[in-house]
Design a binder for this molecule. Sequence first.
Ligand code: ACM
Length: 265
Amino acid sequence: MRFKVGVCQFNPELFNVSRNLAKMESLLSDVSADLIVLPELAASGYVFRSKAEVSSCAEQPQNGPTAQLFKALAKQNKTSYVVGFAEKAKAGLYNSSMLVNPDGKINIYRKTHLFFEEKKWFMPGDTGFKVFTIKGSIKVGLMICFDWIFPESARSLALAGAQIVAHSANLVLPWCQQAMITRSLENRIFSVTSNRTGLEKNGTSKLKFTGMSQIIDPTGKIVSRMNETEEYVVVKEINPLKADDKNVTEYNNLFTDRRTELYLS
Ligand code: ACM
């Protein structure tokens, strides 16, 4: 089966939601694909210093500015998108990603494992690791950035049937891109990590983001890896059905060989 998966890498500007949405729209307007993954907190930027700052650019998941733009793009380009955003909910603020489909349906994932000062502004995600079907049969699971360091995240998505893990990220530590090769390999899944670029400052806080967005196949092969700084989109053709074969050798299956009775939880 032929499936076009893409990754969009760019440098959002802190607090400038309308500029960031316009940037994503221009990067994506002529790109044809089945699924494109964008970074974590793509519309708002990342280096917040208070809940009030997050709240000033947090959005309703179903009809905020990010949802509206991506619903229009999904319909126009017949593409599904996964994009990170600051979610305003009744209970508080979440670091979330939305899967937006051409029929206008939106599914939400709320980041499970919050990183560093995110714990001061965001609530820990309560959605759990969910897998959604796109294009009739392709299973897409969502995780966000620091979820990568907990192998349970990708494992849970793989056990739930994900063929492709859409991983929106704002990476600052140097290990994730290499670690995601292992996450793909140990679960036999495609992983698509969309990372942002740039140096973001807010008062005395600053972070540098590492780019190198990538698509990894179920054998750990790097299908595509982007550079550290540039803003662009890459689309590659993959066969998601490759992720359904969990056999490593004729004697070894990644799922049926598990010895859950010996594992600690
Ligand atoms: C991260 O979770 N944004 C590093």
